[in-house]
Design a protein around this ligand. Structure first.
Ligand SMILES: Nc1ncnc2c1ncn2[C@@H]1O[C@H](COP(=O)(O)OP(=O)(O)OP(=O)(O)O)[C@@H](O)[C@H]1O
Length: 244
């Protein structure tokens, strides 16, 4: 199809009863790019992310993920698609507390029916600077360390795209920067693709592009963003929402 987009949404809408959470969104995310998605509370960011990642089904429209039309798949096939091609990093880390760090990172491979090789898992931990914590449990790590484990877990199956839902939302400034640098490296070093929802203009400035949502629609984009430019745009979006 000559399409460089790893993820593409065509006229995607999602309603909850009468409430239209996202409204006729069309947008693509090119391979090897890092995009931040911003917008006021309730603008549809999470709904967008869930539809784009195949976690949720749009009410109408089409989502194509790594060349596969997600909506044409049944629940089981979508689960397999997510497992094999999508990595997730959440605000709340979502590690399994009973498992060690190394077991948490190996989990996506186990779920995919593969026997994880120790070197493979250790290489992923090395990458996020936590090889020395392999035998620890999540509760024995700081928030930033837990998020780095979550990133290692998100990357272990070499996904076509990594989605972050406020991945730095629970972290202090310095730790947030480490996490953003890791996402940046996924794109710059490995040619991966990352899409991150964030409220933080400083975090968004690490992306190649910022997409702004307001009221379930795309309200603008910013290429090569700076934190100041993003913050300025957000102020106007807020104002725009209030007068509607
Ligand atoms: N499961 C659901 N059932 C009903 N309404 C929902 C559901 N999920 C989201 N909504 C509504 O859809 C709209 C968009 O919500 P969404 O969570 O996508 O926004 P958001 O931009 O991620 O917000 P926030 O920044 O506050 O997390 C909101 O009005 C919300 O109340």
């Amino acid at each position: 199809m000559g399409d460089n987009n790893v993820v593409r949404l065509d006229s995607v809408s999602k309603s909850y009863g009468r409430l239209v959470a996202i409204d006729d969104l069309s947008i693509g995310f090119a391979r090897g790019t890092f995009t931040a998605v911003m917008g006021p509370s309730g603008s549809g960011k999470s709904t967008f992310l869930h539809c784009a990642a195949g976690l949720d089904r749009p009410t109408s429209g089409r989502v194509v993920l790594d060349g596969v039309e997600v909506d044409a798949l049944d629940e089981k096939a979508r689960t397999v698609l997510r497992r094999e091609r999508v990595g997730f990093v959440f605000q709340a880390f979502n590690l399994l507390p009973a498992l060690t760090v190394v077991e948490n990172v190996a989990l996506p491979l186990r779920l995919a029916g593969r026997a994880p090789r120790r070197e493979e898992v250790m290489a992923a931990l090395e990458r996020v600077g936590l090889a020395d914590r392999a035998r620890h449990r999540p509760a024995e790590l700081s928030g930033g360390q837990q998020q780095r484990v979550a990133i290692a877990r998100a990357l272990i199956a070499r996904p076509a795209v990594v989605f972050g839902d406020e991945p730095t939302g629970a972290l202090d400034t310095r730790t947030a920067l480490e996490v953003l640098a890791l996402l940046r490296a996924v794109v710059d070093r490995d040619g991966g693709t990352a899409v991150m929802v964030t409220h933080d203009p400083v975090a968004a400035a690490h992306a190649d592009r910022v997409v702004f949502l307001a009221d379930g629609r795309i309200a603008g984009e910013l290429a090569a963003p700076t934190a100041a430019a993003v913050a300025e745009r957000m102020t106007h979006l807020g104002a725009w929402e209030r007068v509607r």
